[in-house]
Design a protein around this ligand. Structure first.
Ligand code: NCD
Length: 445
């Protein structure tokens, strides 16, 4: 539907829009009970295929405070999903007469993107697998903006499970766009995924750099994956401010801790000896002014005794979920003023012309909802040809590319590949696949 806005990725919003959301949230927070006309007569539907406390309840509270109504499928195992109904069909039904906005949580990566394709009303991504969680990110950014007065130039330590935490992924994209620096203190084996780092670098100009984290004391040494001495293996941090050489982390504005996302762990993953934050760890000089954030729920990664420390702001952060979600709902339902134009929308997507689905991520909705989510892609580079999955953003493995109606296949970095129009690309995973599709292989392959 033309003009329909969704919030599937934090990337769907311009920085100016995000700042305006903060302004609206701040006004709502002054009196949460004073906006009952904003969405009167409208209905939000929450459709949750995964457990939730804060996200669902704060969205529902936000809609009720705006004077709207709420319908809820909080446990999809007791809905028609258990009878085999596809996500697309559920979305078609609920987004018709039932509701004016859909709030969706789903275990498959890219599920909200798929839902947006089938919905007649705005879709809000309330978490899709380990991919993204944009409204948690807005809550987190809003919290930082209130606490620190700005986002640009902040030094943020990201700790715990950076691999599977969707809150981290949306958060780092936005922080990099706002010009904050990201110091990574992951649990061993749970580092930021390569595809996220690549995107931070190529799209948002955050440069991976070694950072000497010895000033973080026990926090850094409890992670086996940060740079303390040159001999240790480490994950690089990401800096948006150019500066050569080793960075010394001697002042931190915020520590963002996450729980091990054990429900998404593979066989090789382990959370033994998981990083644990307490008053002692937070006693270092570099951390003196650092607020401690957590999307919650927590397990043992922040000790309850630290709750009394004024730097612990995770419960305030959770409370701010209501005014920021009031602003998000008001925006997508066209009930609030936004003077800034939206971000230029992501580049066009194209259906994959290939024999199989080249998305390497088996948790992607293009693999889990095969009939309704036909593989599709966005081009991120014309030369060499590089493409990402339009649902889950993982880079496709392109061994050979060709053009529809011209049966010659080339390597993605061959000069001929540059001339193929994005919509005409055909992808092959290997020579045999190209041959069985009737393609000959061009010179130099
Ligand atoms: C997070 C989530 O669901 O990704 N929770 C939330 O929405 N506040 C974090 C988590 O489950 O660890």
């Amino acid at each position: 539907m033309p003009g329909l806005r969704h919030l599937v990725s934090i990337d769907d919003l311009s920085l100016a829009e995000i700042s305006q959301l903060f302004e609206h949230a701040r006004i709502f927070s002054e009196n949460l009970r004073d906006s009952a006309e904003t969405c009167r007569g409208l209905i939000a539907a929450s459709i949750f295929y995964e457990p939730s406390t804060r996200t669902r309840l704060s969205f529902e509270s936000a809609m009720l405070r705006l004077g709207g109504g709420v319908i809820t499928a909080a446990d999809m195992s007791v809905s028609s999903a258990s009878k085999g109904e596809s996500l697309a069909d559920t979305v078609r039904v609920v987004s018709g007469a039932y509701a004016d906005v859909l709030i969706l949580r789903h275990p498959s990566e890219g599920a909200a993107r798929l839902a947006a394709q089938y919905s007649e009303v705005p879709v809000i991504n309330a978490g899709d697998g380990s991919h993204e969680h944009p409204t948690q990110t807005l809550c987190d950014l809003y919290t930082l903006w209130i606490e620190k007065g700005r986002l640009e130039g902040l030094d943020i330590v990201l700790s715990g499970d950076l691999r599977y935490s969707r809150t981290i992924h949306s958060f780092v994209y936005a922080l990099a766009r706002f010009g904050a620096n990201l110091v990574c203190v992951p649990h061993q084996g749970l580092e930021l995924p390569d595809y996220v780092v690549k995107r931070l670098r190529e799209e948002y100009g955050a440069e991976p750099q070694a950072a000497d984290a010895s000033c973080l004391g026990d926090l850094a040494s409890s992670s086996d994956a940060v740079y303390i001495t040159p001999t240790k293996p480490h994950q690089l941090s990401l800096y948006t401010e150019a500066q050569r050489g080793l960075r010394l982390v001697d002042h931190v504005d915020a520590v963002y801790m996450t729980r091990p996302q054990t429900e998404r762990f593979g066989e090789a993953d382990s959370a033994t000896g998981y990083i644990h934050l307490d008053t002692d760890i937070m006693s270092g000089e570099a951390l003196r002014e650092a607020v401690v954030m957590h999307p919650l729920p927590r397990r043992d990664e922040i000790s309850p005794e630290f709750d009394a420390d004024p730097r612990s702001i995770y419960f305030k952060q959770a409370a701010r979920g209501v005014p920021i979600r009031m602003a998000i709902l008001g925006m997508l339902l066209g009930r609030l003023d936004f003077t800034h134009s939206p971000r230029r929308h992501l580049e066009a997507t194209y259906p994959v012309n290939a024999m199989g689905n080249p998305c390497p991520n088996m948790g992607c909705v293009s693999h889990t909802e095969v009939r309704q989510a036909p593989a599709s892609y966005r081009i991120v580079s014309r030369f060499p040809v590089r493409a990402i999955c339009a649902y889950c953003s993982r880079e496709l493995n392109l061994t050979l590319v060709g053009a529809v109606g011209r049966p010659v296949a080339f390597r993605p970095d061959a000069a001929e590949a540059r001339r193929i129009e994005p919509a005409e690309l055909v992808f092959f995973r290997d020579l045999a696949e190209a041959a069985s599709a009737g393609f000959t292989v061009g010179t130099g392959v």
